[in-house]
Design a protein around this ligand. Structure first.
Ligand code: S3P
Ligand code: PEP
Length: 450
């Protein structure tokens, strides 16, 4: 079984047992490369995720003038060029499958005097970019893109940045860390203060790391509780030594696999536990999961812990919509957990899941229904009646699940397949390499097959 296999079978077998680590956090890895490329001098990054999405960011930062090398020791060394000094790329920037690379880089480049074209794969080319081109347009950048379904501008897209960019105050119309980060990164090279008002908190890695690199950034609360994030422009960033913690969005897979597979006990070490990312673990505990959070500590300015997950009798819950941003990428695998719980799990406020690498609400509803789960798809969430711990599936052989180039859909159904009667087949596991190289090996290790 490799991550690149087409038509891969996932079927029941041994319980999952043992201790694993997961690759570095994808969100933090992107930001580490981008900010290092803007600091004057050499930054060192260890624990960087070496998945395709992050490699796309690395290639783009090289094309924009930074020197980036991976040492034999696994440490990445980045020689940055300074805020405002990125250079015109010679060719289009290949963003692959990565929304974060695309949207954050558009922000970064919006306040540089250069023109850049962004291209991506079939999945990324369908995703809406209007959410970043609107505020960046207010700052003075210009965009020429492709008109997509739903009317939003999509890739391929050419952007002309502006110097000096206009500092703006922007209230986020969607809860999106990518939009927040794009505006803050554009603000780095704008004169004066750029402000983002965030009514619902989203992951705060950009804020933490910008401060760590020496930018002046403040966070206040307005009277209705929204976060007001202000960045002082024309910043000078100082090179850093960074340590990237394990990705909680990747840890989600072995954790849920252990919870739903009888006889399992899995430890995942060095998992990032930033509260803006850890919603899944809180919700699983609310469902009665035997999930211990141990050895809590801080690594590189981010909270980290080891997780111990044991097979559990889960109970359905109502997930409050305001938890959504802190587990936004974990809903696909959370739905798999819900499909094994006793009783009903209700989710709402998840419209954003329809514009990820795929329409994750539709694909999870369709796939779970195919393997015998009881799922009602609503406009902004799923209502799932769980099996009470019984394996799903049965009937006529192993159904084929189409993951539509979405790594998290592929991995979520891989986990689901371990707890079916007859297994299931995933059409294409290759997208898993975007965020979790080594996923198949990790599963094999936990099942004693490595
Ligand atoms: O800022 C980031 O690193 C990310 C933000 C989220 O996207 P949105 O900003 O679109 O919610 C998340 O889904 C994505 O995987 C990574
Ligand atoms: C949505 C995701 O990533 P991106 O937006 O960077 O493609 C994800 O990793 O689940």
């Amino acid at each position: 079984m490799t991550d690149h296999a087409r038509n891969t079978l996932f079927e029941p077998g041994a319980p999952l047992r043992g201790t694993v680590t997961v690759p570095g956090d994808k969100s933090i890895s992107h930001r580490a490369l981008m900010l290092s490329a803007l600091a004057v001098g050499e930054s060192r990054i260890s624990g960087l995720l070496e998945g395709e999405d992050v490699l796309a960011t690395a290639a783009a930062m090289r094309a924009l003038g930074a020197q980036i090398e991976r040492g034999a020791d696994g440490v990445w060394r980045v020689h940055g060029v300074g805020v405002g000094s990125l250079v015109q790329p010679a060719t289009a920037l290949e963003m692959g499958n990565s929304g974060t690379s695309t949207r954050l880089l558009m922000g970064l480049l919006a306040s540089h005097a250069l023109t850049a074209t962004f291209v991506g794969d079939a999945s990324l080319s369908k995703r809406p970019m209007g959410r970043v081109t609107t505020p960046l347009g207010l700052m003075g950048a210009q965009f020429m893109g492709t008109s997509g379904a739903g009317g939003s501008i999509c890739l391929p897209l050419t952007m002309r940045g502006i110097v000096p960019a206009v500092p703006i105050e922007y209230r986020l119309p969607v809860a999106s860390a990518q939009v927040k980060s794009a505006v803050l990164l554009a603000g780095l090279n704008a004169p004066g203060i750029t402000r983002v008002i965030e009514p619902v908190p989203t992951r705060d890695h950009s804020e933490r790391m910008l401060r760590g690199f020496g930018a002046t950034l403040t966070v206040e609360a307005d009277p209705d509780g929204a976060r007001i994030i202000s960045i002082h422009g024309e910043a000078e960033l100082n090179p850093q030594t960074l340590v990237v913690p394990g990705d909680p969005s990747s840890a989600a897979f072995p954790v849920v696999a252990a919870l739903i597979t009888p006889g399992s006990e899995v430890t995942v070490t060095n998992v990032g536990m930033n509260p803006t990312r850890a919603g899944l673990f809180r919700m699983l505990q609310a469902m009665g999961a035997d999930l211990a959070i141990t050895n809590e500590r801080e690594v590189g300015g981010e909270p980290v812990a080891d997780l111990v997950a044991r097979h559990s009798a889960l109970t359905g819950i109502d997930v409050p919509p305001d938890v959504a941003p802190s587990m936004i990428d974990e809903f696909p695998v959370f739905f798999v957990a819900a499909a094994h719980a006793q009783g009903i799990t209700r989710t709402s406020g998840l419209d954003e899941l329809r514009v990820k690498e795929s329409d994750r609400l539709a694909l999870m509803a369709r796939g779970l229904t195919r393997i015998g789960a009881i799922v009602e798809e609503q406009e902004d969430g799923l209502v799932i009646t769980g099996s009470g711990g019984d394996p799903l599936g049965g009937g006529n052989g192993a159904p084929v699940i189409d993951a539509e180039l979405d790594h998290r859909i592929a991995m979520s159904f891989a986990i689901a397949g371990l707890n079916t009667r007859g297994g299931l087949v995933i059409d294409d596991m290759s997208p898993v390499a975007t965020s979790f190289p080594g996923f198949a090996d990790m599963l094999a290790t936990l099942r004693g097959a490595a």
